[in-house]
Design a protein around this ligand. Structure first.
Ligand code: PPS
Length: 285
């Protein structure tokens, strides 16, 4: 465990993906005001947004998403590849991802104020997706039994720490006018409307046919076919597809198939306590 994870600013990070040099690079990173940053707790819709945002940017031209892997197209700033991608040379508006909590963000973020698209997902589905992901990814600590993983997840002893801290931190973020909040569930419910809202936020006015084209490309069964986004380029030794696929089910409410009744009740009790001061109206409440 000590080797697989690095503790950084109070959370576990998978060492393999986030060596010290990468963390340092991000600490010193300089944002531009028109950068667009996709922010997520892991397993909340990152990959999905890494498909939608470049397509909005390109006005529906599929070339970027069919030719560039998602991790280079909308790179994670804390991840090992960021420092070799020459991000300083990229044309504006640059597109980035991050799993950082609000209070982990580097200094430049608070002064430059780039745009943020914050994607949230029902934490019971985040748990479910994570459970399968931890089981297939060789660079993560194996989840153990479902009960054991539930304890780790609810206590934030997993990569990127506590879901509650992440969501609460970003919901309480200052400068909310530069932030768009959206949920995975809204995207499942009406993808076209979500794409339309995202394009408005990005300041791109797109025709309804273009919005429809983007939404159609980004539905789960279509996106699953895109090898630049479905993680099939990652060797099996890192992600064992015999155990689970990265684009696994792509639905809302799979926790009902995963958690026992008592596990779900326990989860809800912890949730209620942790989220008691949050006024935000979640789709899943
Ligand atoms: S990561 O590791 O943080 O980048 O993972 P992330 O991409 O945030 O989350 C993975 C889950 O998102 C699902 N996904 C989608 N659902 C619906 N539609 C589309 N197009 C889509 N793309 C990715 C993916 O299947 C994972 O959820 P589960 O529940 O495991 O299927």
């Amino acid at each position: 465990e000590a080797e697989l994870y690095t503790e950084y600013k109070g959370v576990y990070l998978p060492t393999h993906l986030h060596p010290q040099g990468s963390l340092k690079y991000y600490e010193e990173f300089t944002f531009r005001h028109d950068d667009i940053l996709i922010v997520t707790y892991p397993k909340s819709g990152t990959t999905w947004m890494q498909e939608i945002v470049p397509l909005v940017q390109s006005g529906g031209d599929l070339t970027p998403v069919l030719t560039v892997p998602n991790w280079d197209r909308v790179p994670w700033l804390e991840e090992t590849r960021a420092c070799v991608l020459n991000l300083e040379q990229r044309a504006s508006p640059r597109l980035f991802s991050t799993h950082y909590h609000y209070n982990m963000m580097p200094a430049s973020f608070f002064t430059v104020k780039p745009k943020v698209i914050y994607v949230m997902r029902n934490p019971k589905d985040v748990f479910t997706s994570s459970y399968h992901y931890y089981g297939m990814a060789s660079f993560l600590v194996q989840p153990g039994t479902q009960d054991q993983f539930l304890q780790k997840f609810l206590n934030g002893k997993v990569m990127f720490g506590s879901w509650f801290d992440h969501v609460i931190g970003w919901l309480n973020a200052k400068d909310q006018d530069r932030t768009m909040y959206i949920s995975y569930e809204e995207m499942i419910f009406d993808l076209r409307d979500s794409v339309s809202k995202i394009s408005q936020f990005m300041g791109k006015s797109l025709d309804s046919e273009v919005i429809e084209k983007i939404a159609d490309h980004c539905v789960f069964k279509n996106m699953k076919q895109n090898k630049m986004s479905n993680y099939s380029l990652v060797p099996n030794e890192f992600m064992d597809r015999n155990k689970s696929e990265f684009l696994r089910k792509g639905i809302a409410g799979d926790w009902k198939n995963q958690l026992t009744v008592s596990q779900a009740e326990y989860f809800d009790a912890v949730y209620k306590n942790q989220m008691k001061d949050i006024k935000y109206k979640f789709v899943w409440d």
